[in-house]
Structure formats: C-alpha cells, structure tokens
Design a protein around this ligand. Structure first.
Ligand code: T1G
Length: 693
C-alpha cells in the first residue's frame, strides 16, 4: 500500500507498490509524494524515475476509494501529479504492462515518459461513467494531438505502447531491463533544461470547431443514457479552446459532476461485481483446479452447438456426441454456419475458422468420450433423459472428469445422485445463444467438490463468460426471478394492459426487450411446459392463463411466425395482433375483471420489484452469495440496463423503503398474494440499509 524509494547513482527511483495494479490510493500517493520531496532535498540526486511494482505501472486511481473521503484527501492525485510536474529535477515515468487512467495522467505530468513495448495504455474512465479527472483531457491532446486523444478518451480502449511513439521519449527493446534503461535515460537527460512540460505545449488542430461539432453529434448518437462520453468530448474540446489552467478547472468540475451520477455508480458497481462474482467464501483462491484440455458435449442441438463453440473459441478440443447421425451432421453444420457468418462480418479469419473446426470431432458412441476432462450435457430438459445420460457418463468417463449439466431448472443434486461421483457433478447453465451470452450460472450441488467449483470458475474466465455461482433451487437465480417477472406481466394483461404497452414500458426503462417480445423470442411453449409442471408441483402458485391460451392458439412465438405478436419473414419487428388482444380482453371479462388504465410507472414497478423481491429471497436462502451476483446475472443474462446497475443496485438507488411501500400497495391488488415482502427486504428497509451494503 505504499511506494518504495531507492537511489541508483544520481537517480532516485520511486516504485509504486499497491498490489494488484498499483491503484493510486491515499497511502500510495502519500508515499510517492514523500519520495519526490526526499529526492529534491538530496543534492546527490539529479533525476527521478517513477515506476510500478508487479503487473502494472498503475491501473489508475484507486476506484475502491471513490465516493469516500480518501479519494480527495491530500495529497490528492492532482497534488501528486503537480508535485512531479513542478519538480526542479527531471521526473521520468518508466512504464510497463499496464498504464491506465490516473496512471497515464501521472506520466503525462512527468517531464519524460519511457516504456516497454506491449504495455496497455488507456484512459478507460468513460467505461466507469467518468472522464479522465487528473489532467488527461488537457494533457493527452497536447501530446498525441486532438483526434487520437479524443478517440482514446471517448472509447476508453487500450492501445499498445509501441503504437504511441508520440507519447514516449523512448520505447525500449522487448528484452531490455526497464529499470536499468530508465535510470540510464534519466542520467542522460539529468541536466537538460528547461524541463519539458506537457502543459506548455499547444494543441494544433485547424478548423477544430467543425471536428468537435462532428464529434459531439457522433458521440451523442452512440452514448445512449450515459452522460460521460459527451462530457469527454466537451472537456477535450477545452484543451483547444481554453488556457491550460482553465481547462483543468473545467475538467475538474465535469469530473466531480460525473462521479455523483447514478450511471457512474452503476458502472463502477458492475466493474467490481463482475470481479467479485468469482470469489466463493469457502473456496480459497488457491484451490487447485483440474486441467481442462478437452471437452465432450452431449447433444448437438441449439444449446449443445453453442456450448461447443465456446470451448472451440477458447482452443479446447470438443467431441460432440449425439444419438443419431443426422442430428450430429445438422449440429456440426450449424456450428460451421455460425462461424461463416462471423467470417462474413469480418470478425473471424478463415484461418481461425479452420482452426476451430479442426478442434471439433463427433461420435455416436459414449465410449469415445471417456477421456475428456469435462463433459457438458445439453439434452432434453426432462429428468428421465438426464438420468439416462448421467448413468451412462458415470460408466464411461475417466475418474476425475467433471460431469456438467446445462439444465436450466432441474435439480442438480438429483442429477448428481444418478452417479457414484456426485462430487464431480456441477451445473453449467449457459444462456441461449450460448456462444453469445456472457452469463454462465455455475450451479453448486450439495456434493460438488470445491476443486470442481474452482475449476468451473476458472473455466468460465477461459470461455470469456461471467461465471456466477448459484445454489440449487428451481430456476437457480435468473430463471427463478424471471418467473415472478413473467407472472406480473401476465397479471398486468388481465387488469388492463396489452402486450405492446408492457413491452414499451419495459424497454423505455432500459430492458433490451420487454417480457412479451422476449417470450416470442425464447418460445412461449417453453414457459408453457414449465407452468404445466408447476400446476402439478405447486398448485398454490397462480399464473395468468393468457400465456396458456396463447399457446393453445399455436402461437409459440417467432419460431411459429406468430406469438404475442405477428412477425414477417426477414423482419424482426413485432406487430400487435388483434386476435391476441381480443383474447386478452375476453379473458379479463371471463375473470370478471373490469379492465383499467395502467400507468407505465406501475408496469415498471411491478416488473422490476418482482425481480427485487425474489432476489431478496434468493439472498436470504443463500442461493446467491451476494446481491451484486444477482445484479451480474441480470446485467449479463437478461438484458437489464447497465446504467441502472442491476435489479438489486437499482432498488438501492430507489431506496428500499420506497420499494417496500410499492410492494405493500400491490399486495392489496389483483393477485396480491404474489407480493409477500421478503423478510430481508423488510429488515434492510427498516434499518435504512441497501442490498449492496
Ligand atoms: N482501482 C482499484 N482496484 C482495481 C483497479 C483500480 N483502478 N483496477 C483493477 N483493480 C482490481 C480489481 O478490482 C481486481 O481486484 C484486481 O485489481 C485485478 O483486476 C482520476 C478517476 C488494470 C487492466 O478503469 O481495467 O484513474 O478482484 O481482475 O484482468 O482520471 O483491472 O483482485 O480484488 O481486472 O489483470 C481508471 C480498471 C480508474 C482501470 C487489470 N482505471 N482496471 O486487468 O485484473 S479511474 C481503470 C482494469 C481513474 C483518474 C480516474 C483492469 C486492469 P480483486 P482485474 P486484470
């Protein structure tokens, strides 16, 4: 949590040391400023080098400090940078691996910058709903020029150091030793005066107003609900239109505005939520994982094929098993077609396509897959079928192979019990389309081994998925919550809304797709099958019959060309259908309900708070480890708007007492039995707390 100080000959070296990425927290800033002051006071020191220990120069300001007093406590990041820039002895930033955000801004305040090739250079603040708030918007344009700087700041994407020669006074050879080379460089320039300061440069861009106006229009179009991208444009513009100090003031003012926005808090919440999701309290981070060098997939249907692609994309060979040759052929052809579509879009090279397809083999015989390190079954969602598969897998798979089920609702403990090795069984619930959706629900059975869970978490990273651990319950985290959301959607139809109004309200809130368009996409018959099971297993749970009536009309959704809406070939647009709306209105009459006008606000509250309330129960029962895991499930698997941070985060921003008030109101309405407040929600509301602490 500090910075180390050493003197090499006539050069003082200050090494930032705040693992894991040298986030510049208060302790680190304090130690580094002390180091500069120590170097200035030492006559034997002619120059100063600042570098970073471990795997980064610096990943930027310490995001964990934001919205706490430490973030602005002196020496602030501004003070640290000003101390370097105003130093009477040259300060050299020696950069390697990662130099981002405040780390890059620190280097821009130094008189010189030297780097190893391959270092990731970025001002990624926009991805956190912020802008570079320590001079980056004013200094980077002065070094790179207006356009390249604006592109880096608005995109937030990293650029390799060797691609930014204008930023560095020297880029060393890949086999050079950074410290030795940086000290030698510092000795070389130790007596050069005046000290070069980025702030003294001018941004030269003829007709900059036209370029900036074009940038404003472009960014406004793509930023959606996020305010930060446009603020980035306006503050970078100040590097041309204002004097340096005025530009810095303007940047500060806009930064302090953004850091208070809900959008930024939501993005920062999601940043940490994604990372903390892979932490399981009773599974130490150093738990040994089993090597996954090959995979077998049972079932070459939509899910099986998509799952197979994830492994192929990660360079893991896959053996695809089916019961019939034509199913196998169809599955393989679909995988190839998917890759060819990606190739046509220019997002895949022919070489990569061939390499991936080269890793794919297939078989009709279970005996052929016994040596795979992991097998994922993606067969029909029926316990009898799962039982047959797992009994067979138990026979043929080598000891230590991981047996994973892609079930979306069935009991993983029951499936594990079909084998003699329940400790090797785990749920890996992929979301359709499995090769696209980032979410992977990792379902931990009672008997699942800790190393198996650790392996699945590591594998999710390798497959570029967001792995979220769930306990065993009906629907795990995502589907269990979406069930309550769907119930409310159905009840709203009975009370007076129509599909189009509900979907529009949900999409205005920010959902990628409202419940009825989502049903038409996923297939209304899937929900129908689940409800039929529920009517038997849990008769006490009521549902609107409208979705069943719709299926009885044969309207399963896009796959039948008609569902809640009509669809035209080649047109993704959903067209309201009179017969469906008539069925809904008639159904209200059959129930003796006088339809009423329902506000969009009520629609959104009932859809979102039904998720929140069920999420609170899931938390209470320990099915989810933390509220932010539930948020990750909804942000990466269910199209919940990122700028609202996920259902639990959103409830915190609304205030849990307000959520509880609304729930108690709906509990008095039609089908009010669905609104039993979760005890955890009531308790947190009473204690004035939130789900996310
Ligand atoms: N502050 C605090 N913690 C950070 C951090 C940061 N800036 N960056 C990463 N971490 C933690 C992360 O939570 C995780 O913690 C661990 O480090 C490893 O991260 C004023 C306002 C640097 C490319 O936005 O992009 O400067 O889980 O798993 O894959 O203008 O982390 O181990 O407990 O991602 O090797 C701007 C964000 C800050 C960079 C490394 N900087 N970080 O990737 O490891 S705002 C950023 C990243 C700022 C100034 C503004 C990546 C990385 P844990 P990781 P990685």
């Amino acid at each position: 949590m500090t910075a180390e100080y050493q003197v090499h000959g006539a050069v003082a070296v200050i090494t930032l040391n705040n693992p894991p990425v040298n986030g510049m927290g208060l302790e680190t800033r304090t130690a580094a400023v002390k180091g500069i002051q120590q170097a200035l006071a030492d006559d034997a020191v002619k120059a100063i080098v600042i570098t970073g220990a471990g795997k980064a120069f610096s990943g930027g300001a310490d995001i964990k400090e934001f919205n706490t007093p430490k973030a602005l406590a002196e020496p602030s990041l501004h003070t640290f940078i000003a101390t370097a820039e105003s130093s009477t002895k040259p300060v050299v930033a020696a950069i390697h691996t990662v130099c981002m955000g405040g780390g890059l801004e620190l280097s821009l305040g130094c008189h010189y910058r030297v780097a190893m090739p391959g270092a990731q250079i970025a001002l990624p603040e926009v991805k956190l709903g912020l802008l570079p708030g320590a001079g980056g918007t004013q200094r980077l344009p002065r070094v790179l020029g207006l356009e390249p700087a604006l592109n880096m700041i608005v995109s937030g994407n990293p650029v390799a150091s060797e691609k930014l020669p204008a930023l560095f006074d020297e880029i060393f050879a890949a086999d050079a030793d950074l410290l030795t080379s940086a000290v030698a460089f510092a000795e070389k320039i130790a007596d050069v005066r005046p000290l070069p300061k980025v702030r003294d440069r001018k941004v030269d861009y003829p007709n900059h107003e036209a370029f900036l106006q074009f940038s404003r229009n472009t960014v406004k179009a793509m930023a959606g609900p996020f305010p930060a991208p446009l603020e980035c444009v306006e503050t970078v513009a100040a590097s041309v239109t204002m004097k340096f100090e005025d530009g810095m003031k303007f940047e500060r003012e806009r930064f302090l505005h953004l850091i208070q926005t809900t959008e930024s808090k939501a993005l920062r919440h999601a940043f940490f939520a994604e990372r903390v999701a892979s932490k399981v309290p009773d599974v130490p981070a150093d738990t040994p994982v089993r090597p996954i060098k090959s995979a077998a997939i049972i079932g070459a249907g939509t899910m099986g094929g998509g799952i197979a692609m994830n492994f192929l994309n990660a360079g893991i060979p896959v053996k695809l098993l089916e019961t019939r040759q034509e199913a196998l052929d169809k599955g393989i052809a679909t995988i190839r077609k998917n890759y060819e579509n990606t190739l046509k879009k220019g997002k895949l090279t022919q070489e990569k396509l061939d390499q991936r397809m080269g890793l794919l083999s297939s078989t009709l015989a279970y005996e052929d897959i016994g040596q795979a390190d992991i097998v994922v079954e993606a067969v029909f969602e029926e316990m009898g079928v799962k039982e047959a598969v797992f009994r067979k897998l138990d026979e043929v798979m080598k000891p230590g192979a991981i047996l994973a089920t892609n079930t979306s609702t069935l009991d993983v403990d029951q499936i594990a019990a079909f084998t003699q090795r329940p400790q090797d069984v785990i749920g890996t619930h992929f979301f359709s389309p499995a090769n696209v959706m980032k979410l992977l629900e990792i379902v931990r059975g009672k008997a699942t081994g800790k190393d198996v869970l650790a392996t699945a978490l590591a594998l999710s990273k390798k497959l570029k998925k967001t792995g979220v651990v769930s306990g065993v319950c009906d629907g795990f985290i995502g589907n269990r919550m979406i069930e309550q959301y769907s119930r409310q959607a159905g009840f709203l139809l009975e009370e007076g809304a129509l599909p189009e109004q509900v979907d529009k309200a949900a999409e205005k809130f920010g959902f990628a797709m409202g419940p009825f368009r989502m049903g038409d996409l996923a297939g209304n018959d899937i929900g129908w099958a689940i409800r039929k099971r529920r009517y038997v297993e849990k008769p006490e749970i009521s549902y609107s019959k409208t979705a069943d009536l719709l299926c009885e009309m044969g309207r399963y959704g896009q796959k039948t060309g008609a569902g809640w809406y009509d669809y035209k070939a080649g047109d993704r647009k959903a067209y309201p259908n009179e017969d469906v709306n008539a069925m809904i209105v008639k159904h209200s009459a059959d129930l003796g309900i006088t339809r009423r006008k329902i506000s969009d606000e009520e629609i959104v509250e009932r859809l979102v708070y039904s998720l929140v309330n069920e999420g609170a129960l899931i938390l209470e029962e320990g099915i989810a480890l933390r509220a932010s895991d539930i948020d990750m499930v909804y942000l990466t698997g269910y199209g919940f708007p990122l700028y609202r941070g996920g259902p639990m985060f959103y409830a915190d921003t609304v205030g849990l007492p307000n959520v509880l008030l609304a729930i108690n109101k709906y509990a008095k309405g039609h089908q009010g039995g669905a609104w039993k407040p979760a005890p955890l929600l009531s308790k947190l509301a009473a204690d004035g707390k939130g789900f996310n602490g």
